[in-house]
Ligand binder design. Structure first.
Ligand code: ADP
Length: 501
């Protein structure tokens, strides 16, 4: 069914029209487009202008149980497919995702608010995981281990884990799904995917393409639910004996709930949680490069990324120069509706997040932080737009130093010595990403070693790619996504001993 939506703009924009076979209003279970058993729905809103995009089913645990049962039934045959068959299937899906890039980018921008140019970049990034794992599917292999006795032969085999429950956030509505689901499917697992309530439409759109790609029924299920039903569904994922593993990207708070709930079934968990990334600029840094990278690491997706630079730690001697050049670059940001040509910063995803960011800035001001740029809501553009903001003189006594900002707000701490920088960088329970800027190669080496993070960018702000492992240490999570390491999360190791030879 095709939908034609005329999205009335607020006073800033002209009418935006989307016609797409990919815009869905049903959940996807066992290759069928379905409503929930009670017929309830919830609204998906464009954060850029408050317009309704679509209504989708508000599934509850009864509906999700059906999806889990379908995924388990599918697993019993899907696990026997060959690596080559899975690879071919993922390649077909990849080709369709590429072919429909423009349409998918528009849906992604409508529901997430991110600028179209960033949505296109997400398509490029998200699709690359499907391509990568189509290739990795054929490279996952076991071992034949030399036996200590001549009458035995020892084999180590890789087997798919089973049904994977996938829960994703709204900040990368496509990539967070492809990064998990393509891996699971490459390994021979089936999945039940619960996208975030703010952004279920991209997930449903890519589900439509799995049909054309020839996915067997029950391999890829997308269940939509409102925020109200999310906790119950998460609990079901953790407790169901039919689910073998749960892969989650989202807040540390919810990650910890899932961890606790999984104790009873000892579920395999992959958790990609929040960060508090330090972005360290040393005296020896190339300031122009540091500023360029800071723009991407901070303002991509309006600062709503888990590897986003959260605390700028800037060494005393170059502090003022870096801040002044950074502010000049920030002033060039073009704020507005993501669909509008030239826009580089969109809205905050929803009111809850918006209010949290506004309060954090207000609190920092009251605690003694100095706002040197921005610091205001931009209600003239729309309800959820917040000015790019720079706060200096931040100290570790302030709340903003410890919290994941998840918004277009730069928080700057000045430091004197390298020891101080090491302390500040690791002075957090999070350990996802970190960035250092220095031209001193010995300093690079020292910091590669001391930074307590899963991902480190040296003189680079754009660090994530399908070929490299993504994941954190400390309370930023468990496991890795992407790269060949990503396959381990969805595989069991079986040792087979052939005896009496
Ligand atoms: P954020 O605060 O950034 O929205 P969340 O961790 O709350 O991050 O949300 C990430 C995903 O987790 C979303 O799909 C959301 O619906 C889901 N979610 C929220 N609460 C729970 C929960 N208690 N159990 C399982 N999933 C949850």
């Amino acid at each position: 069914m095709a939908f034609r939506l005329a999205l009335l703009s607020n006073r800033l924009f002209s009418t935006t029209t989307v016609t797409s076979m990919l815009l869905k209003d049903k959940a996807f279970i066992d290759n069928e487009w379905v409503n929930g058993h009670n017929g309830k729905t919830f609204e998906v809103i464009n954060p850029g202008n408050g317009a309704l995009i679509n209504n989708v089913p508000d599934l509850d645990v009864n509906d999700v149980q059906k999806a889990i049962t379908a995924a388990r039934a599918a697993f019993l045959t899907y696990r026997d497919t060959t690596a080559k068959q899975r690879s071919d299937m993922l390649k077909r899906w990849h080709a369709l995702l590429e072919k429909n890039k423009d349409e998918l980018s528009k849906i992604l921008t409508l529901e997430s608010g991110k600028p179209l140019i960033e949505a296109q970049a997400e398509l490029h990034y998200g699709n690359s995981f499907v391509e990568w794992f189509a290739e990795e599917a054929r490279r996952s292999r076991g071992d034949i281990v030399p036996s200590p006795v001549s009458t035995k032969k020892l084999f180590v085999e890789k087997e798919p884990l089973g049904v994977i429950g996938i829960i994703t956030p709204w900040n990368f509505p496509l990539a967070m799904i492809t990064r998990k689901a393509a891996t699971a499917i490459a390994c021979g697992c089936t999945c039940v995917i619960k996208p975030a309530e703010d952004t279920p439409l991209t997930a449903l759109a890519i589900a439509e393409l799995t049909i054309e790609a020839g996915f067997p029924k029950g391999v890829f299920n997308v269940i939509t639910s409102s925020a109200n039903n999310a906790p119950e569904i998460g609990k079901l994922f953790c407790e169901s004996p039919l689910i073998a593993g749960v892969s989650f990207t989202g807040s540390t708070m919810v990650g910890k709930i899932l961890y606790q709930q999984s104790a009873q079934t000892l579920k395999r968990l992959a958790l990609e949680l929040g960060g508090n990334a330090p972005f360290i600029v040393f005296n020896s840094a190339n300031i122009e490069n540091a500023v360029k990278c800071a723009m991407g690491a901070k303002f991509r997706n309006a600062g709503q990324t888990c590897i986003g630079a959260n605390r700028f730690l800037v060494q005393e001697k170059i502090h003022d120069e870096f801040i002044s050049k950074f502010c000049e670059a920030i002033k060039k940001i073009k704020i507005g509706d993501g669909m509008k040509e030239g826009v580089t910063l969109g809205p905050i995803i929803n009111k809850k997040q918006f209010d949290r960011i506004a309060k954090l800035v207000e609190d920092t001001k009251n605690e003694g932080g100095k706002i040197i740029l921005g610091g205001n809501a931009l209600k003239n553009i729309g309800e959820l737009f917040y000015e790019p903001t720079v706060i200096v003189d931040v100290t570790r006594e302030m709340k903003i130093y410890h919290e994941e900002i998840f918004g277009p707000v730069v928080s700057v701490v000045k430091f004197k010595t390298e020891n101080e920088a090491t302390f500040l960088a690791n002075d957090t329970r999070s350990g996802l990403a970190g960035y250092i800027f220095t031209e001193d190669t010995a300093q690079m080496q020292r910091f590669s070693k001391t930074m307590e993070v899963g991902i480190l960018g040296i003189n680079e702000g754009l660090i994530s790619t399908a070929e490299a492992p993504f994941g954190g240490v400390k309370e930023s999570g468990l496991g890795r996504e992407g790269s060949h390491y990503g396959m381990h999360e969805f595989e069991n190791i079986k040792y087979v001993c052939l005896g009496n030879l």
